[in-house]
Write a protein that binds this ligand. Structure first.
Ligand code: MN
Length: 458
């Protein structure tokens, strides 16, 4: 099957340019003006932007958290992703402490294989460090896992500075990259204990016990450990200026540091936690928390300047009934927001259309940079001959109101309820086949493939 996309604007890191795009089977075979030849289908995409399929490198599907399980599993979560133009997700395989990396990888394959609508890969969480975990690392690479995740907070996940140092040295030797959740653990615990003792148990206590400077402290410490290990690192879900300043200092020293942020930190502010109604506030609980409004501009500026490379969602969804678990204690609210479905339209509408970032920067943050960082480039993340024909056809003239009731994710609220988009996704193509049209997922059965990833090329 040969398909010609005619009259559209092809988006790349350099911005948009008018060109036709030809697809044969699952691959792009040509991009250029006035393409001719024999085609089975000609799609008129004049007036539309064609993006490389978006990559969401930070999702949590089918994850057990705080005595419950995320509302979205791979089936519902990946369907929502695809509907929002995300043709690849990289989820976090999470073995518990005491379990092997292989156990975690097998478990994540069981959760995802045959149940995922978009293509997918896994990062491997390292929440334990010992000789047997160490010995498993080379085989992780052989199985297509080239990126890892470690935590500087959460007792169930965190490792010591010493363990992080040793893990980074091994990952450097093996050519891997590691993302870090950076928040100080001890002081946050102390602040939580103080608020609990004072009987201040509402969601308003959540941001007050996890201030921006305690994220910056962890970023600073992690970057010094990475300096000692001489290993590049990724700061995931960075939220604020103090933390970004620490990154700038490390870069000035010559360190390689990659930074991810998320739509909730770009578009929402901490006032969401100070609403009277419990449910209205609890739905926004995530860590790190959403910050004060002044941080939004800091993060947009970081994207504009390229000091922040990627936007992922940290999609970790819970229903309002699940969020109710913390009614009498904010620390029992399962943390996380849905977002995998709305990232593309939100970043276009509030980034590109509002002139906060260019079209090229959006393409970098949602597609090209994650593809390079996580070893998928140039198969994914770009529209060029030889790449997978993962294509988002975006109509900048369309517009709609974001509503949970319209969404495919298995959640009964949307953090961006009522936001009006500038433009909308008309079609999503996954490896050369039309998968979504005007909001309807056409694929009845999941056909996402596991992606064995190579090494970082960013
Ligand atoms: Mn996360």
């Amino acid at each position: 099957m040969r398909t010609l996309f005619k009259g559209g604007t092809i988006v790349s890191a350099g911005g948009g340019r008018r060109a036709d795009l030809a697809v044969e089977g699952e691959k792009i075979i040509a991009v250029g003006r006035g393409l001719t030849g024999e085609f089975d289908r000609i799609m008129d995409v004049s007036g539309c932007l064609l993006f490389p399929g978006f990559i969401d490198a930070h999702t949590h599907f089918d994850l057990d958290v705080a005595n419950t399980t995320t509302a979205d599993d791979f089936f519902t979560g990946s369907r929502a992703a695809l509907r929002g133009g995300t043709t690849t997700v990289i989820d976090f395989a999470c073995p518990n402490k005491g379990e092997s990396l292989h156990y975690g990888l097998d478990l994540w394959h069981q959760k995802a294989d045959g149940r995922t609508f978009c293509d997918y890969g896994f990062h491997m969480t390292i929440d334990d460090w010992n000789e047997s975990i160490r010995a498993e690392l080379p085989d992780m690479f052989a199985q297509g896992i080239s990126s890892f995740k470690m935590y500087l907070t959460y007792p169930a996940m965190m490792t010591s500075d010493k363990e992080i140092y040793f893990a980074l040295k091994d990952l450097r030797r093996l050519g891997g990259v590691c993302g870090f959740h950076c928040e100080n653990a001890g002081v946050i615990d102390a602040l939580i204990a103080e608020r609990k003792a004072a009987g201040e148990l509402s969601p308003a206590s959540h941001p007050l016990t996890r201030p921006a400077y305690l994220e910056a402290e962890a970023v600073s410490r992690l970057l010094r450990i990475a300096q000692a290990a001489a290993c590049p690192v990724i700061i995931v879900h960075l939220t604020n200026e103090d933390a970004l300043d620490e990154v700038a200092r490390a870069r000035k020293r010559g360190q390689s540091v990659y930074v991810e942020t998320c739509p909730q930190y770009l578009l929402l502010d901490e006032s969401v936690y100070f609403q009277e109604d419990y449910s209205a506030a609890a739905r926004y609980v995530c860590a790190p928390p959403i910050r004060d409004k002044s941080q939004q501009d800091v993060l947009w500026r970081g994207l504009r300047r390229g000091t922040i490379q990627t936007i992922s969602t940290d999609h970790c969804s819970f229903t309002l009934a699940q969020k109710d678990m913390g009614r009498s204690d904010f620390t029992k609210i399962p943390g996380g927001l849905p977002g995998v479905e709305t990232r593309g339209e939100l970043i276009y509408s509030f980034g590109v259309a509002k002139r906060r970032i260019s079209l090229g920067r959006m393409c970098l943050a949602l597609a090209e940079n994650p593809a390079k960082l996580y070893g998928l480039f140039p198969r994914k993340g770009t529209l060029r001959p030889g790449s997978d024909a993962d294509i988002v056809v975006y109509d900048p003239g369309a517009s709609h109101v974001i509503q949970a009731s319209d969404c495919a994710a298995n959640v009964d609220y949307n953090p961006y309820e009522g936001f009006v988009t500038a433009g909308g996704i008309r079609q999503v193509w996954l490896r050369g086949a039309l998968a979504v049209e005007n909001g309807t997922v056409l694929d009845e059965a999941p056909r996402g493939q596991y992606l064995a990833r190579g090494k970082c090329s960013l």
